[in-house]
Design a protein around this ligand. Structure first.
Ligand SMILES: [Zn+2]
Length: 69
C-alpha cells in the first residue's frame, strides 16, 4: 500500500481535500460544520492513486550544515 496523505483544505462553506500523492481532489457536498471531513476522508480512502502522477523528490536535499564561526 502506497504511503499517501490527505490534505484537507477548508474552504468555507465547502471543504476540499487533496491527496498529496496524486493530487486528486475530493469535494464535500456538506458544509464544513457537518460531516464534511468524514465525507472527504471516506472519498480519499476509497480512491486509488494514479501511479504515473506520483511525485518524487527531483533532487536530494543536502542536510549537512557548515556553520562558520
Ligand atoms: Zn491519491
Amino acid at each position: 500500500m502506497p504511503n499517501r496523505n490527505l490534505r484537507t483544505v477548508k474552504l468555507t462553506p465547502i471543504a476540499l481535500g487533496i491527496c498529496e500523492a496524486c493530487k486528486a481532489e475530493f469535494q464535500s457536498k456538506q458544509p464544513i460544520e457537518s460531516d464534511a471531513e468524514a465525507e472527504i476522508t471516506f472519498q480519499f480512502n476509497d480512491h486509488k492513486c494514479e501511479p504515473r502522477v506520483a511525485i518524487q523528490n527531483p533532487a536530494p536535499v543536502f542536510l549537512g550544515g557548515h556553520s562558520e564561526k
